[in-house]
Design a protein around this ligand. Structure first.
Ligand SMILES: Cc1ncc(COP(=O)(O)O)c(C=O)c1O
Length: 461
């Protein structure tokens, strides 16, 4: 596909306007996940395709897709036009009415979800989708507990943050949410001391089986897993793992929830990551890529059996903006454009032929790269102090001076015009699914150079 962006962001530079945006931000905007006095949010003037730019003439290639959500790139003209047309026609309508774009968005999503996940409950984002999936599972089974994995992220609302298996949960964890965590497979840092993928898979399934046996299967409503865990490190599960979890759920009458908020809608080179593994969950949560976040939207795709639970009995949940017409119109346009322009196929091809091979080559040149892994436009580069011991380049959950090596790496990327995704000791290569071969190569070359900053912190450097 073709994208046009200013030949030079410098032409659009307006530092005075940027300073005003920043001053109002610092005075009045309260930012997520941050100590408000310690942050310096960059003021951004515009974006198009795979790039965005600030008011000072700096343009960045977005290897983060913002928060891994702009799968179709910035300002896709068909999606922008659909929002404009819908705004002129009908901006809002309560969830209790049938409306053309809501019906069509649900139909297009259901057509792509695996198996019989044919009913769609719309939310405003990913966390609410997870929240409602858990509610559905508890009501469907009449059981209280939910199992989820360490090394996971499921959102920042009550149930979703308690399911989350990373330090963002800790300040909100009252230990009373009915969530039990277990270890998923992760060969590079195997919790099971496995020597190969097959062993990792077998031992991870045995561990889950044991966890369930000791928790009491009749107390467990759901197992919630990211199909490919995203923010926690893009750990593609070994062959057979998700099928094994499906079998365990079936054996105990446990609802299997796959969270595809990040992995869905093209990110892994398929409409849904579950396709790679031939597995159909009972509930599938989505958000982000469904409309690339142009208007907030998420949802739960529901199996026939769980949907039937609420045929004669009301579903006790709802949102004023469930299935918002502007959000649904942008989802319809996004899904249609992704199909017409073969954007999911592009993500698959770029991963296979450009990102994967380049990252493997880069790994061979840099002592700081412990492992590269991923699929589609969903890749992690694991940075280490020592390739032998696999000691992470920075300690788990490091901040301040302890996190300086990752800060230096990120700064080197930005100086080269690359906006990286950085989490703990990893950088994720997660450009839009529309990224061109030339853009991917440009970003990978900048990443290659910036890794020299990480190499300086390796043992013996
Ligand atoms: C797998 C997964 N689930 C849920 C969420 C939460 O989505 P949201 O931030 O839209 O609430 C995220 C966000 O990154 C996610 O990656």
């Amino acid at each position: 596909m073709t994208t046009t962006h200013p030949a030079s962001a410098a032409a659009a530079a307006d530092p005075a306007a940027g300073a005003a945006v920043k001053a109002a931000d610092r005075a009045h905007v309260f930012h997520s996940w941050s100590a408000q006095g310690l942050i310096d949010p960059p003021a951004i003037a515009g974006a198009e395709g795979s790039y965005f730019w600030d008011y000072d003439g700096n343009r960045y290639l977005d290897f983060s897709s913002q928060l891994v959500n702009t799968n179709i790139g910035h300002q896709h003209p068909k999606v922008v036009a659909a929002i404009q047309e819908q705004a002129a026609k009908l901006c809002t309508l309560a969830p209790g009415f049938a409306v053309d774009v809501r019906s069509e968005a649900a139909r297009l999503i259901a057509e792509r979800t695996p198996g019989d996940l044919d009913k769609i409950f719309f939310t405003n984002g990913g966390a609410e989708a997870v929240e409602n999936a858990v509610r559905m599972a508890r009501l469907h089974t009449g059981r209280p507990k939910v199992l989820s994995a360490y090394r996971s992220y499921h959102g920042a609302t009550a149930a979703a943050i308690n399911l989350t298996g990373d330090p963002r949960r800790w300040p909100s964890d009252t230990a009373s949410a009915g969530v039990v965590h277990f270890w998923g497979p992760f060969r590079y840092r195997s919790p099971f001391h496995a020597e190969n993928e097959a062993q990792e898979c077998e031992r991870a399934l045995a561990h889950l089986d044991q966890t369930i046996a000791f928790e009491g299967p009749q107390t467990i409503a759901a197992i919630v897993l990211e199909t490919v865990p995203g923010t926690a490190g893009i750990m593609v599960p070994p062959a057979g793992y998700l099928a094994g979890v499906r079998e365990i759920c079936d054996r105990h009458g446990i609802v299997f929830v796959l969270d595809e908020v990040m992995a869905g809608f093209g990110r892994t080179g398929r409409w849904f990551a579950a396709e790679h593994f031939g597995v159909t969950p009972d509930l599938l949560t989505f958000a982000k890529g469904v409309n690339s976040g142009y208007v907030p939207l998420g949802g739960v795709a529901i199996s026939a059996e769980i949907a039937a639970t609420f045929d004669q009995r009301p579903y006790p949940g709802g949102l004023t903006y469930s299935g918002h017409p502007l959000a649904c119109a942008s989802a319809v346009a996004t899904i249609n454009a992704m199909a017409e322009e073969r954007i999911v196929e592009n993500a698959d091809r770029i991963g296979e032929t450009v990102i994967g091979p380049a990252l493997r080559e880069i790994a061979g040149r840099h002592p700081s790269v412990g492992e590269v892994r991923g699929m589609g436009v969903f890749w992690a580069v694991e940075l280490v102090k020592d390739q032998e011991t696999r000691e992470p380049l920075v300690p788990y959950n490091a901040s301040g001076a302890a996190n300086a090596p990752m800060g230096e790496f990120a700064a080197a990327c930005k100086r080269a015009g690359l906006w990286p995704f950085v989490n703990m000791n990893r950088t994720h290569v997660v450009p839009p699914c529309t990224v061109t071969e030339a853009e991917a190569k440009e970003g990978l070359a900048a990443l290659d150079d910036a890794l020299t900053a990480a190499d300086a912190h390796t043992t013996g450097a």
